[in-house]
Write a protein that binds this ligand. Structure first.
Ligand code: GCV
Length: 671
């Protein structure tokens, strides 16, 4: 296989330079299987560039051995390391260096591939001093990206729903792209950060895309062929009403025998074409998508129908828990969108088949920069759970703003629903899924620095205990290899705290939204206030926030186990950053941090916009240290981020000043 090299696309975290250390070695790659072949081809390509050699057999001497433990006979050093390491788990690998030989060993070829990319991350230090045996195994068995790509260009959403990096890398002008080299290069980038599954189309499955399941299956197979050499399985979003739309049946009732037979036969055909097909993703009874409610059936009935069709082939269904009433009456204060997923799904715990995975957004609302962790995560001990993140920055600056999301994700993964001594979200989830931020843009992600979010998602799905700044360091070292120190320092200065900066200049204290309706970019404090979408802040002249308490509000706090049900219920204990998510308070309410709510709003909005101005100054100083085109692109985007942050600052401050009449304690200008 030729290693994909693209001249018109930024190499992201795999520039040729990242392979220098490996490419100058005498390497042996041992073992069978297609992925072992990929490992060999990667090493051989690096060696062709940097003067090393890559063998598949021979006596050596070798200074790098990448081998399956089942391959024989292993060189002596590798055999000794294998004996010391003992059994190695699925997709895992061990790494050690002794007697001048660096060895990566795995029991399956996928592990070898991940081990190779670990060597790439280490670079020259992998070939320096002796290293004891290190074991690496993924925390999550599936580490998946969902693409919200359409085949056709949607009149409102464009081609990629909530995509900020151009068109789809899969389709163009309504047909599969002729040259899929970029898809293969994408697979390579994903494998290098640990991703092993991709759902290729939007969860809102429109008429054209529904056909990927049947007469356009060849396109799925072609994409799968590009991703397979990098260990990535392809999944497809399906429309629950497919038996009617594609099969001509009068119903899509999950308990109907003909419907069952249709899904079984259709799924069997999928597997005849793509034997390693991953499975289906379903958004049902949500934002206009069809689902089991139409037939008076439950979501377990719906999910189990598809799980049943997939089970004989080893596939899985990802069934999304994002189910709520998007036609709510804003006058009705008793309906609370935040409650919806728990109310629908918690009673169904234990009734899903083994190969049905409930995919839950990290928060109860919708990918806001600050939300409490979804209570569904603690409520379904008998159900396999995937937690869903949003790498695409729908609500976090749309890849025009720098917003490094790993610190947010780490907070979510570290959250302990049962309190200090209980398990955390990373322990409870069996999988992590995220909406991809990639398109046909020359930097993959629109904003060049948004690449770091994609990289960090993969790394955290592999190891949720990694520190965000360590992951950022990895990304910097690979992407800007070799990274000059001022560049590294400045990127940290700009990116480490960028999510908190974004939070400061947008909706305050966890209340969320306040974005322009529809496209969700930029401020509009009342944009959603009198709409059916269920995303309100209830600001009036006296106060702001949503009362979700049991005592006087919607009762949402009761969906959490102790201690959080009590902590969130209590005005005194509720964390400041979530105060307005849980409570409606007067503007003069004093936060745990000491400021009043209104003064906090003013202070954070002034501070957030100032921080963006500082980012801009820091970035300017890098001229000459980063690639000129990349430097200019980031500079232009920082101009836009600054403009937008100032707009947020002024709108939010002016809005609350006008509502409350309370002046800023520091006398700053509020328009
Ligand atoms: C794909 C939000 C987004 C929608 C998205 C939906 C979902 O509402 O704005 O574009 O639909 O989430 O996650 O299904």
């Amino acid at each position: 296989m030729t290693i994909p090299e693209l001249t018109d696309v930024h190499p992201a975290w795999l520039p040729p330079e990242a392979f220098r250390a490996i490419g100058s070695r005498r390497a042996l790659v041992l073992g069978d299987g297609a992925l072992t072949g990929t490992v060999h081809d990667e090493v051989a390509a690096a060696c062709a560039r940097y003067g090393g050699s890559a063998e598949r057999a021979g006596d050596g001497p070798f200074d790098l051995v990448l081998a399956l433990t089942t391959a024989g006979p292993l060189p002596q050093v590798a055999a000794a390391i294998a004996a010391e390491a003992g059994p190695i788990g699925e997709e895992g690998y061990v790494l050690a260096r002794r007697d001048g030989v660096t060895a990566v060993l795995a029991s399956d070829p996928a592990g070898l591939l991940y081990g190779l990319f670990h060597l790439v991350r280490l670079g020259e230090p992998a070939f320096g001093a002796a290293r004891p045996v290190e074991r690496h195994e993924p925390a999550m068995r599936r580490r998946m990206l969902d693409h919200w790509d359409n085949i056709d260009v949607h009149p409102v959403m464009g081609q990629v729903e909530r995509g900020y990096a151009g068109g789809s890398i899969f389709w163009r002008d309504g047909v599969l792209r002729e040259d899929l080299t970029r898809v293969r290069a994408y697979g390579r980038l994903l494998a290098a950060c640990g991703i092993n599954a991709v759902a290729i189309n939007n969860v809102n499955v429109h008429a054209t895309e529904a056909h990927l399941l049947t007469d356009r299956l060849g396109e799925v197979a072609a994409i799968a062929a590009e991703l397979r050499p990098y260990g990535i399985r392809v999944h497809v979003s399906v429309n629950f009403a497919s038996p009617m739309a594609l099969g001509g049946l009068p119903t899509a009732d999950p308990l109907d025998e003909d419907v069952r037979r249709w899904w079984a036969a259709t799924t069997a055909r999928v597997y005849e074409t793509i034997p390693d097909f991953g499975g289906y993703v379903v958004k049902a009874d949500s934002e206009g998508q069809p689902g089991p409610f139409a037939y008076g059936r439950s979501h377990a009935d719906g999910a189990n129908l598809l799980a049943g069709a997939l089970a004989p082939h080893g596939g899985v269904v990802h069934w999304r828990a994002f189910v709520y009433n998007h036609r709510q009456d804003w006058r009705d204060r008793s309906t609370d969108r935040a409650r919806a997923a728990y109310d629908h799904f918690a009673p169904l715990d234990g009734s899903f088949r083994d190969n049905a995975i409930l995919q839950v957004k990290y928060g109860p609302m919708d990918f806001q920069p600050r939300e409490p962790v979804s209570p569904v995560i603690a409520a379904m001990p008998e159900t396999r759970l995937a937690v869903e993140f949003q790498v695409t920055q729908e609500y976090t600056g749309q890849q025009k703003h720098v917003c490094y999301l790993a610190p947010l994700w780490r907070e979510l993964l570290d959250f302990r629903p049962w309190g200090r001594d209980g398990r955390d979200v990373a322990d409870v989830a069996t999988e992590l899924v995220a909406v991809s931020n990639v398109g046909d843009d020359a930097y993959w992600t629109g904003h060049p620095l948004a690449q770091a979010n994609l990289y960090a998602f993969g790394r955290l799905a592999w190891d949720p205990r990694l520190a965000p700044d360590t992951v950022l360091d990895e990304w910097i070292d690979l992407t800007f290899a070799p990274a000059a120190e001022p560049l590294r320092r400045t990127l940290h200065t700009i990116m480490d705290g960028s999510w908190r900066t974004y939070e400061r200049y947008t909706a305050p204290l966890g209340v969320g939204f306040m974005v322009r309706p529809g496209h969700h970019y930029g401020p509009d404090v009342d944009g959603y206030e009198y709409t059916p979408w269920g995303t309100y802040h209830f600001a009036d002249r006296d106060g702001v926030g949503v009362d979700r308490t049991r005592a006087t509000g919607t009762g949402y706090t009761g969906q959490y186990p102790r201690p959080w049900s009590d902590v969130y219920e209590s005005l005194e204990q509720c964390p400041d950053e979530l105060l307005l998510f849980f409570h409606h308070v007067p503007y003069g309410h004093v936060l745990r941090g000491g400021a009043t709510v209104i003064q906090h709003i003013y202070d954070t909005h002034f501070a957030g916009a100032d921080e963006v101005a500082e980012m801009r100054t820091h970035w300017d100083k890098l001229e000459g240290l980063a690639d000129p085109a990349l430097h200019t692109r980031v500079q232009e985007l920082l101009d836009e981020q600054l403009r937008c942050a100032q707009e947020w600052r002024d709108q939010v401050n002016a809005y609350f000043f006008r509502k409350s009449g309370v002046p800023d304690a520091h006398g700053r200008r509020i328009p």
